[in-house]
Design a protein around this ligand. Structure first.
Ligand code: ZN
Length: 227
């Protein structure tokens, strides 16, 4: 199944939060992925200046979610304790796991921690008014989903709890797994956080761009407005 790669932005009059950071052209080339454009360039196009974004929530540390961290020079990064522990712990270098991350990305985040720019969460927390993170695990040890209060009601950015709608709607686990029972629990947890299937946003499903309208006509196929 073809996959899309997303970053998300939650914007209110008071706060701007970016959720995940994508990856850069060099990593895309090395991994054989098609790199359409840098996510920070796209953020600029919708009025979000990455140089000034104060909060970046990292759903997990896989390569396709935490490249480009240096392009958010003012940000504090929100991550689950379990995720940072895993990728700096005893199993991170095992064959099944190590190809899922770019070592330099993890090192970069470790450096940010020593600069006081990582905010750790253990479990569920409202990190800003209307923005909750929830530790779900399964796909990665410290994967977190993000629930955002919007004018349309709460939307749940499931990230890689569900690469595709079919994963969560049909209880079909994705093949990259840290803890399989935990992945089933993550399906249930995200479903319990959402008010309807339409309020769940999967991490990599091209259907997202069809189920939600383009943010602007000139951004068709590039930016969808979820709420
Ligand atoms: Zn992913």
């Amino acid at each position: 199944m073809p996959m899309d790669y997303f970053v998300w932005a939650a914007v209110s009059p008071d706060h701007t939060v970016v959720i995940d950071a994508g990856f850069d052209a060099e990593v895309a080339r090395r991994r054989g992925r098609e790199h359409l454009r840098c996510p920070t360039d796209v953020l600029r196009e919708i009025g979000v200046d990455p140089d000034r974004v104060p909060h970046v929530i990292l759903t997990h540390l896989h390569y396709d979610h935490i490249g480009n961290l240096e392009k958010f020079p003012a940000a504090t990064f929100v991550v689950q304790d379990a995720e940072m522990s895993f990728w700096t712990g005893r199993h991170a270098g095992r064959e099944h796991f190590r190809h899922l991350i770019e070592v330099e990305d993890v090192v970069h985040l470790v450096r940010k921690n020593f600069e006081g720019r990582v905010r750790f969460v253990d479990g569920s927390r409202e990190v800003l008014p209307g923005i909750e993170v929830h530790h779900v695990g399964g796909h990665s040890a410290g994967l977190q989903a993000v629930r955002v209060r919007t004018a349309r009601g709460p939307m749940v950015l499931a990230s890689d709890v569900a690469h595709f709608y079919a994963n969560i709607e049909e209880y079909r686990p994705f093949s990259i797994v840290s803890d399989l029972p935990g992945m089933y629990d993550a399906f249930d947890l995200v479903r319990s956080l959402s008010s309807s299937p339409e309020s769940v946003v999967p991490g990599h499903d091209p259907l997202v761009m069809h189920r939600h309208p383009a943010a602007r006509t000139d951004l068709e196929g590039v930016v969808a407005r979820i709420a």
